[in-house]
Ligand binder design. Structure first.
Ligand SMILES: [Zn+2]
Length: 105
């Protein structure tokens, strides 16, 4: 009988690490820009296994190959929270699109 708490995440540990990053990001010397709303800062960085994703307030999200897990670990150690469920994480961090277009000073 399957464990009802067993989700698509087969790991017993949360697999998403999310770190808000209010400033601009330029891992290659080129400022990262949201392809959807042209925002240049106020990101949420997501580390999912070995990959790092950038998420914008408008809920646009993409894999950013220039941001490696090592880069993530080196630069974004705290504050850090973990979730097992992606949607819960996005709601908790207000990156579910409700605040699209807003930037926080
Ligand atoms: Zn955006």
């Amino acid at each position: 009988m399957p464990d009802p708490t067993d989700t698509v995440w087969t790991s017993d540990r949360p697999v998403i690490r999310a770190v808000p990053h209010p400033g601009a990001l330029d891992p290659r010397g080129i400022t990262i820009t949201c392809p959807k709303c042209d925002a240049t800062r106020d990101w949420l960085l997501l580390n999912v296994r070995s990959q790092v994703f950038v998420r914008c307030r408008c809920s646009c999200e993409w894999h950013e190959p220039d941001l490696t897990r090592a880069y993530f670990d080196e630069h974004f150690t705290a504050p850090e929270r973990e979730w097992a469920d992606f949607e819960a994480a996005m709601r908790a961090l207000a990156f579910d699109g409700l605040l699209a277009g807003s930037t926080w000073d």
